[in-house]
Design a protein around this ligand. Structure first.
Ligand code: FES
Ligand SMILES: [Fe+2]
Length: 346
C-alpha cells in the first residue's frame, strides 16, 4: 500500500469559501504549508506559508491591502509571492520570492493546485457540479481526520461498511448482502450497487417516509480524491423518483500529510428544497454518520502505523473500487515523476 507519495499536478480542495477572507489562514496541504487570503476585490489567493527570508510563518503576519506582510521582519509580498518591500533597503533581491499557488473557487469549494503552476488548468477540477446546480440544495461541512486520505477514499468506495458502521442512519443488511460492480472509465472509477425490494434504512424512513425501496448507489471517483455518490431510493417497483429520495453525497479529501486529512463533504438534494428543518436533520444525521467513519478510520490509521509485521493487506471483491482508485492515482504519481511530466490527468 502506497501511503507516502501525493499527486501534485491536480486540484485539491483548500477550504470552504466562507473560511477564507480578509485575513491570513494557514493550511497544510500534501505536507506543505500554505497561507490563504482574499484580495480586496474578493479573489482567493495562496502563497507558501514560509517566508523566503528566515522561514517565519507568513500566516502569522498581516494582510496590508493585497500584500502579505511577514510578522517577523515586516517584508511584504504581492499575490505572486514577489517581495515588494524590505524595511531599510531599496534593493530587493530577485530570489526573495514566496511560492504562489493557483487557486480557483468552484463547485462551492476553493481549490488549489500544488504542482507545476504552468500545468494548472481549471478544466481539470473534478466535476462536482451538483454542489452548485439550480434545483438542488446543499448542506455540508468539513472534518479533520487523523488518518491517511486514502483510507477515507477507500471508505467511500466500498459502502459495505454502512451495514456495520451506520445501522442507525443509512445502513442495513441489504447493503452488505448485495454485490457491487466496479468499472474503470478512463481515469475515473465507477462503482454500482442496486438493491431491489429492500427495507429502507432508518434515515430514508425519516426523511421521506419510505418503507420498501429499490435502492441505488452510483459512486464516481475522480482522481486524486473526489467521490460523489448518486444515492436513490425509489418506492419498490416504481421508477418515480419524485415519490422517493435522491441526493448526491459529494466528498473531496485533501491530504494534510501522510497521517491526516481534511474531509470536505456535502449532501445535495432535489426535493423539499425550502424545508430548513429537513436540511438541519439531514446535516445532523449525516455528520453523525461520518463521525462514525472517523472513529473507525482513526483507529485503523493507528493500527496500520503500529503493525510491525509488514503483512500485505488482503483484498476481497468489495475492495475492487478502492483498489482500482489507488491504481489510478499511483499511475498518475508515476507519470508525474517522469522528467517530461505533462498535465497529469488531462
Ligand atoms: S522571516 Fe519574514 S521578513 Fe524575516
Ligand atoms: Fe461511512
Amino acid at each position: 500500500m502506497e501511503l507516502s507519495v501525493f499527486l501534485k499536478n491536480c486540484w485539491y480542495v483548500a477550504a470552504e469559501p466562507q473560511e477564507i477572507g480578509r485575513h491570513l489562514t494557514q493550511r497544510w496541504i500534501v505536507g506543505e504549508p500554505v497561507v490563504l487570503y482574499r484580495t480586496e476585490d474578493g479573489q482567493p489567493k495562496a502563497l507558501e506559508d514560509r517566508c523566503p527570508h528566515r522561514r517565519a510563518s507568513l500566516s502569522k503576519g498581516t494582510l496590508v491591502g493585497d500584500e502579505v506582510q511577514c510578522g517577523y521582519h515586516g517584508m511584504r509580498f504581492d499575490t505572486q509571492g514577489r517581495c515588494v518591500h524590505i524595511h531599510g533597503q531599496d534593493k530587493i533581491p530577485a530570489a526573495m520570492c514566496a511560492r504562489a499557488y493557483p487557486v480557483v473557487q468552484k463547485w462551492r469549494w476553493i481549490w488549489i493546485w500544488m504542482g507545476d503552476p504552468a500545468l494548472a488548468d481549471e478544466a481539470l477540477i473534478p466535476d462536482l457540479s451538483y454542489n452548485d446546480t439550480p434545483g438542488w440544495t446543499v448542506v455540508g461541512g468539513t472534518l479533520h481526520v487523523e488518518a491517511n486520505y486514502q483510507l477515507v477514499v477507500d471508505n467511500l468506495l466500498d459502502l459495505t461498511h454502512e451495514t456495520f458502521v451506520h445501522s442507525r442512519t443509512i445502513g442495513n443488511a441489504a447493503v452488505a448482502d448485495t454485490p457491487m460492480e466496479s468499472e474503470v472509465i478512463g481515469q475515473e472509477v465507477h462503482v454500482r450497487r442496486i438493491m431491489q425490494g429492500t427495507p429502507a434504512p432508518p434515515l430514508f424512513k425519516r426523511v421521506r417516509g419510505l418503507q420498501t425501496i429499490d435502492r441505488w448507489q452510483l459512486i464516481r471517483f475522480q482522481p486524486p480524491s473526489s467521490i460523489s455518490i448518486d444515492a436513490r431510493g425509489y418506492p419498490a417497483g416504481s421508477d418515480d423518483i419524485s415519490q422517493g429520495l435522491r441526493w448526491f453525497s459529494i466528498n473531496a479529501i485533501t491530504p494534510i500529510d501522510e497521517r491526516s486529512c481534511r474531509y470536505y463533504w456535502t449532501i445535495t438534494r432535489c426535493f423539499d428544497l425550502d424545508d430548513q428543518a429537513l436540511s438541519q436533520l439531514i446535516h445532523d444525521q449525516i455528520l453523525a454518520t461520518f463521525m462514525e467513519d472517523v472513529e473507525v478510520l482513526q483507529a485503523q490509521q493507528k493500527l496500520i502505523e503500529t503493525d510491525q509485521r509488514g503483512r500485505p493487506e488482503i483484498s476481497v471483491r468489495a475492495d475492487l473500487g478502492s483498489v482500482s482508485a489507488r491504481r489510478v492515482v499511483q499511475r498518475l504519481i508515476e507519470q508525474e515523476a517522469q522528467p517530461a511530466a505533462g498535465a497529469g490527468h488531462a
